[in-house]
Write a protein that binds this ligand. Structure first.
Ligand code: OGA
Ligand code: MN
Length: 216
């Protein structure tokens, strides 16, 4: 496979994140991507919200799927390659995936992502994005925040916890351009109730489904 070299700034970002993941299992970076891309994503999700094109999110996968607003009360919509802004972000994250695979040999195979909107009062209680024996195939979680001038009193912080305790490791302000990446099975986390509209793109890099893999 031939791969064109990445611009230096981007490869430095990838080095930093890969290093954080290797050492700690999570990474938090501000102004991760090009300003224009982040702004486009913000405008896109704000418009989806304005047109009521987001849907109450569920918990669980497929047959376990249910809406449970005592666990989470955000609204989401999957990104699709058919919209140019979604496609631009998915292309960015395809680069990201290759960059992590090259540095950490994670074998990340694909990426799924949704926009999320937390209306004032919305939250997402402590949870894991994946379980060791689960079938989600999620390895790495990513959250990119799309909120200009977020203040402490706006609430809505992401709190990342230690796996087996109530002790928090980090509290993240969901400010425009901040990207959080963490190992999906290792970090329980929660979104505190927010006091203003809170927008983000959340996504998951996954390994290949063994049932779908071609026989060798
Ligand atoms: C999620 C999630 C975190 C955030 O969607 O699974 O944990 O800060 N989101 O929005
Ligand atoms: Mn989560």
């Amino acid at each position: 496979m031939s791969e064109t070299p990445l611009p230096p700034a981007e490869s430095e970002l990838y080095d930093l994140i890969a290093n954080d993941l290797f050492e700690h299992g999570y990474s938090i970076v501000t102004e991760a991507f090009a300003h224009a891309l982040t702004q486009d994503l913000y405008r896109r999700v704000a418009r989806l919200d304005e047109h009521n094109d987001l849907q109450l999110a569920g918990v669980g996968r497929e047959t376990d799927f249910q809406i449970n607003t005592s666990i989470r009360s955000d609204e989401t919509r999957w990104l699709s390659d058919t919209h140019h802004v979604d496609a631009a972000y998915l292309a960015q994250m395809a680069d990201f995936r290759l960059a992590m695979n090259r540095r950490l040999f994670l074998g990340l195979f694909d990426y799924e992502a949704h926009y999320a909107h937390y209306a004032p009062g919305a939250f997402y209680k402590r949870h894991f994005d994946a379980f060791k024996d689960g079938d989600s195939r999620r390895v790495l979680s990513t959250v990119l925040y799309l909120n200009q001038n977020w203040q402490a009193e706006d609430g809505g912080q992401l709190v990342i916890y230690h796996k087996d305790s109530d002790q928090s490791i980090s509290t993240v302000i969901p400010e425009m351009g901040t990207l959080v990446v963490f190992l999906s099975e290792d970090y329980p986390h929660e979104v505190l109730a927010c006091n203003r509209d809170r927008y983000s793109v959340t996504g998951w890099f996954r390994i290949q489904d063994p049932m779908q893999a071609p026989a060798i």
